[in-house]
Design a protein around this ligand. Sequence first.
Ligand code: LMR
Length: 329
Amino acid sequence: FSYRQSIFSINSLPFDDEQRGLNEQIIIHFSHVVAENTPKGIAAEKFKALVEEKSGGKVVVQIYPNGMLFNDENELEALRDNKVQIIAPTISKLTNSLPNWQVLDLPFIIENNEQLKKVLNGETSDSLLQELEKINIKGLTFWNNGFKQIASTSPVIGVEDFNGMRIRMMSSDILDDQFKLLGAKPIATSFGDVYSGIKNNIVDAQENTISNIYSKQFHTMENHITLSNHGVLAYAVMMNEDFWNSLDTDTQKIITDSFEEMQDWQFERAEQFNEENLSYLKENSAVHIYELDEPIKNEWKEKLKTIYTQYEKNVNGHYLSDLLKELNE
Ligand code: LMR
């Protein structure tokens, strides 16, 4: 607790003084909610190393993982208030502010890593990232954490297994619709509350990537894991807009070059993390892993199919057609 307190007191210093101190050092505070040994955790470290090296130490990146400073409920506000300069939330968490982003949360829209890479580096994603300007935020890039699976306290294989199941999800209308269509009871909570939510029997299941499940040890309580790959989990890396505008063009270039340089690496490491963590889970005899065969997967898809028309009705439909076109090119 005292460690936490001391971090808060560092951060209660006026950032301007700290950022532009005597030696003109620029400090970027980067807050995120997951563990360090995850695709986002190591990407933040890589970004720090690249920026510090390229700037010869002029720019310093301080990383606060595990929601130690801010969590899902307040990190966006903290970014806008310049209490931190970079956050990298999951795209779903932006859908309340930017409903068009829901397109990337449509179930089964992206089916493999190759497609995921293409989409997150493609034009549709780029225009989605530009939409951050509408809420005065500088979008920097998308990072990857692969596909979401279902982790639960009892097996979830056929669609009927969802019946009445209390499923933790990120706060997002499209994810809410998804679980309601499957017959479950979705409960939106902050990532930081997932562990206690399972422990205190508030939820029975969640959708998440293998790396998030493994790094937070959720499988010790939700020991049934269904490899459904039903949705993707990607991160929008974003910066406080005024802070970005205050940087000289050389520093801005160092930042954008660093992201560009590490993009392929980040995608590969995300795949590796999820594969490696899955192999550890497979070795654990207390964990039961299920694959979905095609007929069962088709039953899930059938239950979920109205979500696409729902999306087109509620949201700016051209993103869906653009994305489908991009996937088929
Ligand atoms: C979640 O809330 O489950 C994820 O968004 C956490 C993360 O940042 O990967």
